[in-house]
Design a protein around this ligand. Structure first.
Ligand code: NAD
Length: 503
């Protein structure tokens, strides 16, 4: 029996429970049917039905927000070391069920086991990392003035809403939920409608680890219904959102009446710039990895390649040869490098860019075709002879699709890299140190890597500028969002108080 066969067999066993029970909402530690009935979730691998999912509406969000509000004081006031122990047990629970999480994620989203087994473990790492910050999260400063001893501390903001997308949904959910819980907040999670399976596993693991009922609540459903209600709910103090830039605008509008604090992690059209003095072997590996791993469905993907004209011909030729050799296939086959796109809607969007590229005058140098009709598979695609004005260079396609654009000078590369609505990440390949310093100083992006692909270090700030978002995650930056600064001033003597009405 091959590893692929074993994975398929294990998946069958795991899916049986979802087929029987569906996925209910989880509110205040209990399973609750959706007040809007159910919707169906299907696998992009073969379009088959996975299970029914509770369709949450404003009524379910209200119940979950009330549960989170009631649980807040208990969770906030629990001794820090006890909260830390629970979060570590969540990390251990994720590790123990990492294979189950990875298999379900692959079937639900089309992501490959090659990448999802690591993503599940990264979810555990997120919990472990923020568990370690629990004790000092409340710490503040002592700021003496001539008449006062001023102290600051941080307190959790209250119940928060977490709204997540369908790309690597388990890992991304933990990236938001772990710091929120570590800060002392309670959570209502609204997972993406296209990927409900692993959000259910997460809340189960958290409760088994000892998280009190109501501290983490999961309400499934659609964005313009359950999602909107979460943004509008007066008991929810903040929304941590990951998704499209246009949805980010809606989140802001919907939260206006309740003066919601919003953290927005949005889209990207990230540049990778390759100069002719770079280590071209490593640059090629990184260019390919950063757009074709995780099905290209990653916000930090480098979807625009700017390659210096002196090396363009050879670099593009080697790129195309490698891309043509990428293995597209069943996500549970360990050899597969690219699985199907997440849904019919997304497949239609991504494949529409094949014609858009042709119409705009680009060349399809690799891919540009669908694979079979059983699921939503496409070949990894490279557009060449493109300009930065074409739609394939301006719009976030969010699939395994790369647009290659030549440049001749550093100034030209910088101008084109910055000529975009987005500003999430940038990747620079050069062995000229002074140029790297100059270029990174001027590149408009929240995160830049020089001579490296995206390698996350959890204490560093994660987030974008321009239409790519507002706010930062990671390390202590996460606590700035989930906590409020509080100041208390103690008089140290009898300082003069201006007397009014005392002539
Ligand atoms: P999306 O914006 O369509 O949906 C994201 C979530 O928002 C879903 O749960 C959805 O139900 C919900 N939603 C939709 N409309 C809503 C509304 N009116 N009110 C409240 N919630 C609403 O995004 P998607 O297609 O699921 O995910 C892909 C996008 O996410 C891409 O643009 C990608 O770049 C972005 N993303 C960004 C980051 C980052 O860190 N910057 C990370 C991952 C993904």
């Amino acid at each position: 029996m091959t590893a692929f066969d074993t994975n398929l067999e294990k998946l069958e066993t795991l899916l049986a429970r979802f087929r029987t029970d569906g996925i209910p909402n989880r509110i205040a530690g209990g399973d609750v049917a959706g007040s809007g009935g159910v919707f169906q979730t299907r696998s992009p691998v073969d379009k088959s039905l996975i299970c029914d999912v509770a369709r949450g509406t404003a009524a379910d969000i209200d119940a979950a927000a009330n549960a989170a509000s009631e649980a807040f004081v208990t969770w906030r006031d629990m001794p820090a070391l006890e909260r830390k122990r629970i979060l570590i047990r969540v990390a251990e629970g994720i590790e123990a069920r990492a294979e189950e999480i990875a298999l379900c994620e692959c079937w639900d989203t089309g992501q490959t086991i090659k990448f999802m087994s690591k993503a599940a473990l990264r979810g555990a790492e997120n919990f472990r990392y923020f568990a370690d910050q629990v004790v000092q999260a409340r710490d503040g400063q002592s700021l003496q003035s001539p008449t006062l001893m001023n102290i600051t501390s941080r307190v959790p903001i209250g119940p928060v809403g977490v709204i997540t997308p369908w790309n690597t949904p388990f890992m991304l959910s933990t990236w938001k939920i772990a710091p929120a819980l570590a800060a002392g907040c309670t959570v209502v999670h609204k997972p993406a409608e296209a990927s409900p399976l692993t959000a259910r596993l997460l809340v189960e693991i958290a409760e088994e680890a000892g998280l009190p009922a109501g501290v983490l609540n999961t309400v499934n459903g659609f964005g313009d219904d359950a999602g909107r209600a979460l943004c509008e709910h007066p008991k929810i103090k903040a929304i941590a959102f990951v998704g499209e830039s246009s949805t980010g605008s809606l989140i802001t509008k919907q939260g206006a009446d309740t003066l919601k604090r919003n953290h927005l992690e949005l889209g990207g059209k990230n540049p990778v710039i390759v100069f002719d003095d770079a280590d071209l072997e490593r640059a090629l590996d990184a260019v390919i990895f950063m757009i074709f791993s995780i099905n290209g469905e990653r916000c930090t993907s480098s979807s625009r390649l700017f390659v210096q004209d002196t090396i363009r011909e050879e670099f593009e030729a080697r790129l195309v040869a490698r891309v043509e050799a990428i293995k597209v296939g069943h996500p549970l086959d360990p050899a597969t490098e690219i699985g199907p796109l997440v849904s019919e809607e997304h497949f239609a969007k991504v494949t529409s860019y094949f014609d858009i590229a042709r119409t705009d005058g680009a060349t399809i140098a690799a891919g540009g075709e669908v694979v079979g009709s059983e699921g939503y598979f496409i070949r990894p695609t490279v557009f060449t002879n493109a300009t930065n004005e074409m739609r394939v260079a301006r719009e976030e396609i969010f699939g395994p699709v790369l647009t290659s654009i030549p440049f001749s000078t550093e100034e030209e590369a910088l101008a084109m890299a910055n000529d975009t609505d987005y500003g999430l990440t940038g990747y620079l390949w050069t062995n000229d140190l002074t140029r790297a310093l100059r270029f990174t100083d001027k590149l408009e992006a929240g995160m830049i890597w020089v001579n490296s692909e995206n390698v996350r270090h959890l204490p560093t700030p994660f987030g974008g500028v321009k239409s790519s978002g507002i706010g930062r995650d990671g390390g202590d930056f996460s606590f700035d969002f989930y906590m409020e600064q509080k100041h208390v001033g103690f008089a140290t003597g009898q300082h003069k108080i201006t007397k009014l009405g005392a002539l």
